[in-house]
Design a protein around this ligand. Sequence first.
Ligand code: ARG
Length: 572
Amino acid sequence: MLYHLIEQQLHAALRQILPDAATAAVLVRPCADPNFGDYQTNALMALAKARKMNPRQLAADVVAKLDVREWCEPVEIAGAGFLNFRLRPAAVTAALRTARAAGHPFVARAASPRTVVVDFSSPNVAKPMHVGHIRSTILGDCLARTLRLLGHRVITDNHLGDWGTQFGKLLIGWKRHLDTAALRRDAIAEMERLYKLVNAASEADPAVLEAARQELVRLQAGDAENLAIWREMIALSQTQFDTIYARLGVKFDQTLGESFYNPRLRAVVAELVAKGIARESDGAQVVFFDDLPELKAHPTIVQKSDGGFNYTTTDLATLAYRLETWSPDEIIYVTDGRQQLHFRQVFAAFGRWQSAIPKLAHVWFGSILGEDGRPFKTRSGDTIKLADLLDEAEERALRVVSEKNPDLPPAGQREIARIVGLGAVKYQDLLPNRQSDYVFSWDKMLALSGNTAPYLQYAATRIQSIFRKGDIQNPEFGIQDSELSAAEELKLAKHLLNFGLVVEAVAEEYRPNYLCNYLYELAGHFTAFYEHCPVLKAGGADRARRLALCDLTGRVLRQGLGLLGIETPERM
Ligand code: ARG
């Protein structure tokens, strides 16, 4: 990658001036404003400041030693000591040629691959997956795909909520009120009904609450009947979750739910107590964080006064298990923002307990709002179920698709509608900064113009159609001896070269929105190129080179959408 090559030269030049300077933080990155150049480094100013040197002088000294003639126009020093690099068209052409030859365009595999556990989706058994789980599923899947493309070893783990006090009420409901026909029709809906029924009854009648508690105690003690019912509830839920995962194209390497860690919880607490990390307070075992200002007021219970364990205990046991089993360098948890305190507590407690800890990241996200700005609900005020949402997305997409392609057979229309509908839902979810809430809008997400999945999918299919129209097979085009000439070709090509940087940034900062915006800009550059530069009508070398640009753009669009978990139809 050109930016890597420039970076290496920059490091070499810098070491001649400051032999002891740490070069790792000296990065060459795209200029925010292309008027200044294609790439920029701002790192020299910080280095100069730390050494009380004149930053512009340091910049001048480095430039005097810097040899990037092969790739860049003369390097410019700007402002307080920025270096700006402008690529030479010949270097851009050569870089495209290399990328095409490598077959894996523009993304460099990580020099030192890491093992990363991604904990995401994690719905709760006997409850429908709702739109809140969609963000975790879509974000987590995208991060896992991105890390994999970069060459990391990724383990995806669905930490199902399959244990907890709700099972007391569910067991009562199952034993007293189960409607087996309804269970066969829609198991999760029936279990949800049972839960709500018993929950209401136990509010009205303490005897019901007590009975639920008894059932829970029996389950926890390993009662055979209760265990069998509990297992069935999990299996039925899993089947329904799996249907949704299959629709979304999401796979997990592991599904180790909370219950998997039950046998380990007692030992975890015993160890925390023995090490003085947890201590008794009002009959409970508690971890206090007196030395951490932000957690001082938030001690966390790891064993309740009734002897029971909780979400924190389970997460500590889970962390220990993951360390023992996979020795990860990094663990990523994808949940909504309301769990921020929980993970801060878990990470802090774990840091005291174990000495070698991997990088732990809580990747949190905001809520999905309805067009009225309130939490996204059905008209009757119920939470929206994921399956219904996906059905509606496909239906609405079918309307768009059949209008655009009235001649396509219905099965073909439906297949395109599936891809477009799911893509629209996913993209709308990934496009905003994940930490902000966003407004769910069918019209916006399905629009064929603007920063949407259908727009990008359409751009990708348009490129396919150029090849169809020209009846062009792979070997007939390429960037042989000709050079990118038109300004629009160069702009498009330079944008393509930065794909890998964006993919790396997505993985580093856990922000798929960078990729969405990159792809949207790419489609824009392609449109400008296609408007100004004849492709099929051009002759000889121009035609071959521009076809190669079309091909590379199409591949980056498809691969980029693929990282977002979005398919591209052949036509639309
Ligand atoms: N089941 C939880 C929920 O629905 C999410 C679990 C997230 N993962 C974890 N290791 N705590 O809120």
